[in-house]
Each structure stands twice: as C-alpha cells, then as structure tokens.
Write a protein that binds this ligand. Structure first.
Ligand code: ATP
Length: 456
C-alpha cells in the first residue's frame, strides 16, 4: 500500500471573499443546503439541509456530543422543551435585556442592527449619510400562543438559546445524576431569534441549532475553568481539521459583555468576510441560578457535605452554533487544484472538500465500474459489509472519473470501485480523496484498511 503524502496546506493569510459564493453554489448544486420553501420563492434567510447537508450537520453535532458528553464522566446530556413560559425569560433577564439596537434609514427605509454597522453614520444600502433614526431596543425573542385562546395567559416563547433549559433543570439533574460540581449539562437543539439582519448564508439565521454546555463549578474555581474551556473549545475545531491559523480566541471588551457575564471570549474563524464568531465561552457567574432561585422559590444550590458548606455554583458556558460551525467546516475544507485528468493526461480543475472524516457526510462511496449485472452482486456485497459501520453512498452511473469528482465535492474520504477483476481477485480499488492515490485491497480486509484512516 502506498502511504499518501499530506495535502498542501491551505492559504490562511487573509480572508477570501470569492470563497463565499463558491461554497454557497456548491451547497446548492450538491444538496447540502437549499433555500427554504424555494418553490415559493424562498423564505427570508431560512434554509433546509439537503441529503448531504443533514449528514454534515448530524456529524458536527455528534462530534460535539462525543467530545463534550461521551468522552467525559463529568458532563451529562439534556433535551429540554423549545416552548417555554414567560416566567423563564423574566427570570433569565431575556424579556428585559435580550435586545439589539435597531435603526431605520429614513431614505431607503432599510433596517439595521446598529452595533453591526461598519460606519454608524452611513447607510450601507443606499449610501445616505446621517439618515438613521434614533436606535430602538428590539427584543429578539419569538412570541406565540399555546392553546386556542390568544391572550396574556397563553403567551409562550420559542427559546432564543438552549442554556435556560439547563438552569431550570439544575436541581433535577443534581438529584438524579449523582454529579457534583464541577460538572456540566450539555444540550444540542434548535433556538430561534428574530434577528434584525440575518445573512451571510447560514451564518446568521432566525432558526438555527446550538450546542451549549453549562459547567457548574465552586465559585473559587470559576477563573480556572473559564481558561480551561476556552482552550478546550479552540482545540475541538483544530482537531476536526480547521487550520489553527484560521482560528483565534478574542476576549470581549467590558462594553461588549452580556448582562450576566464576568468574562467572555469568542472562538473566531476567518470567514470570507473576515474574523467572526463561531462560539462564545462565558463566565456567567451565579447569575442564572440566583435569578431562577429568586423567581421560582426553589433552592438552586449545592451542599458540599465534606466541607459542610452550601453554595450557589458559578457557571462556565461554552455556547456554539451547530449550523454556523457546519458552515465554517465547509469553508475551511473547500479547495481547488489543477490535476491531470485521471487516465487522460489533460489538466483540469478539481474541487475537493478536504473535510475531516468525522465530519464528512459519506465516509465511503461504493462505485461499480459499470452497471453490468455481474458487478452488482460484488458491489452489493461490499455495500452490505460497510453499511453497518459507515455512512456510504452508492452510485453506478456515469464515467468513473465524473463519479470521483462528485464524491470529491461531497468530501467523501474514500471511493471503493468494484471492477471486473473483482470477480477473480475478490479485491476492490480504494481511492483516496486527498491524494487520489489508489490501492488494491481485498474485500475481506476492506474494513480493516478503512477503519484507521477514517478515525484518525
Ligand atoms: P451575535 O452577537 O453574533 O448575535 P451572540 O454572541 O448573541 O451572537 P450567543 O448568544 O453567544 O451569540 O450564541 C452562541 C452561538 O450560537 C454563537 O456563537 C453562534 O455560533 C450561534 N448563533 C447565535 N445566533 C445565531 C444565529 N442567528 N444564527 C446562527 N447561529 C447563531
């Protein structure tokens, strides 16, 4: 077997504005992401994840869960309700404080979020100067009604973050899980924010998925654990293939801090438009537990029997966006290279998503060289062997070179080609996405060949 050389490092010097359109086009063309309700003209920055997008997104969430819950003994999971009563958001401070400053341009009537404007004096839509109205605070929570009667008593909110589910269940989890501080509660799920200016594809949408963990610690240890989680979360992205040079940690200035935070750092990624947030790691102090204790009348504390002392734990929260992370993985993985056309010697441009195998939608594509019936039995045998272990694609039409290119664009790490020699030697050709190197591997040894390469 030939050992494949590592792929060339990507250019990480500066943002690449052209990359944005390339990735968005690829997402539509190959079935990663579709505009929602497209046959009705689309629906305002809302997106649907297609056959490969749903796999990518599941893999991102699964990789997070694996590192945050499965591989730890101090973190447990939760799946809390999306609909929640006003009392939760009254206590958390969201009814009062979860607002963005909204300005209208008096000339073109467009609306903007004041804190995201490059120049607060100039309208980015029509170029008018000093045309903005006074800023108004706009609450981002979606409000609706539970039950048949619309009225004050029936008012509910779609959660704008998953975090509050962990705080309101703190006591339940403490009593049932046998965990004690420092310990965490993790959750992955949808959140909703009525963003003033959604945009940049799935970077900012009104409906999105979050991956959040609340880590409850003795108050004196909050600083230590804040540093720990900042480093840990940055490493998670690097471990899944985003070049370290495209990532950075940025500490918030005092005037940026949320109402509950004693310190926040963002993991930022070099998007095509520049550095922007992937995840926030916040030291939330004991704000949330104290607020919920006060509003609910429940004691939300921990009694440390050894020390004979009762305290309200402080909370360190790494809060990431699953949909936003999926987009960053795609942007970081996108590559184009000039290659000799396989079998023809002519140069062509190859587009390849160099996704980490854990994130890649399909791990393997099984490709019978032709649709002839005699290749179907061994192709099905190979598929049957791999499918219990790995997410596989199967494709039997078109020239093999075009099928390889398609799999390159999906980021599939390996293509397994079943050809007429397979009938005699019970072996298949395994093609590596990154190097295009091909190895002949026996069907019996196929899983052993793929396993270490897919789980590095
Ligand atoms: P911003 O300042 O950009 O509005 P935020 O700092 O309020 O975001 P958090 O409340 O810290 O965001 O949310 C945690 C994570 O959830 C973010 O880092 C991001 O990855 C994700 N997220 C937040 N809002 C959105 C959104 N509208 N669309 C997609 N992902 C989002």
């Amino acid at each position: 077997m030939s050992e494949a050389p590592a792929p060339e490092p990507l250019d990480v010097e500066s943002p690449d504005p052209a990359l944005f359109d390339k990735v968005v086009n690829l997402c539509k063309r190959r079935g990663f992401v579709f505009p929602s309700a497209e046959i009705y003209g689309g629906f305002r920055s809302t997106y649907d994840y297609g056959p490969v997008g749903v796999l990518l997104l599941r893999n991102v969430k699964e990789a997070w869960w694996r590192s945050m819950v499965q591989f730890r003994h101090d973190v447990v999971g939760l799946d809390a309700a999306i609909l929640s009563p006003p009392a939760v958001w009254e206590a958390s401070g969201h009814l009062q404080n979860f607002t963005d400053p909204l300005v209208d341009c008096r000339v073109c009537r467009e609306r903007f979020r004041l804190d995201k404007l490059d120049d607060p004096e100039v309208c980015p839509n029509c170029g008018a100067k000093q045309s903005f109205t006074e800023a108004r605070q706009f609450n981002l929570m979606f409000r609706t009604y539970a039950g048949p009667v619309e009225g004050a008593g029936a008012e509910v909110f779609l959660r704008p973050e998953t975090a509050q589910g962990m705080f309101v269940n703190f006591k339940n989890v403490l009593e049932t899980s046998r965990k004690r501080p420092p310990f965490g509660i993790a959750q992955v799920g949808k959140s909703f924010r009525n963003e003033i200016t959604p945009g940049n594809f799935v970077f900012r949408t009104r409906e999105f998925e979050q991956m959040e963990m609340e880590y409850f610690v003795p108050p004196a240890e909050a600083g230590k654990w804040y540093e720990y989680w900042c480093a840990e979360r940055l490493d998670w992205y690097v471990g899944l293939g985003i070049p370290a040079a495209k990532l950075r940690l940025r500490a918030h200035d005092a005037d940026e801090l949320s109402h509950y935070s004693a310190g926040t750092s963002d993991v930022e990624f070099l998007f095509p438009w520049g550095w922007d947030e992937l995840e926030g790691i916040a030291n939330r102090t004991d704000y949330d537990l104290r607020q919920h204790a006060e509003h609910s009348g429940e004691r939300l504390e921990y009694f440390d029997q050894a020390a004979g002392e009762r305290y309200v734990p402080h909370v360190i929260e790494p809060a990431a966006g699953a949909t936003r992370a999926a987009m960053a993985f795609l942007m970081a993985a996108y590559d184009e290279e000039e290659v000799a056309r396989e079998g023809q010697g002519k140069g062509e441009l190859r587009t390849v998503l160099r996704l980490h195998p854990r994130i890649a939608p399909y791990k393997v594509a099984v490709l019978p060289l032709s649709k002839k019936p005699e290749l179907q039995a061994p192709a099905n045998e190979v598929l049957g062997l791999l499918q219990p272990h790995l997410m596989c694609d199967y494709d039997e039409t078109q020239a093999i070179g075009r099928r390889y290119r398609r799999q390159d664009e999906l980021g599939t790490p390996f293509c397994v080609t079943v050809d007429f020699d397979t009938l005699d030697d019970h072996a298949v050709t395994v093609r590596d996405r990154d190097t295009m190197a091909q190895d002949r591997v026996s069907i019996a040894g196929l899983l052993d060949h793929l396993d270490p390469r897919l789980d590095p």
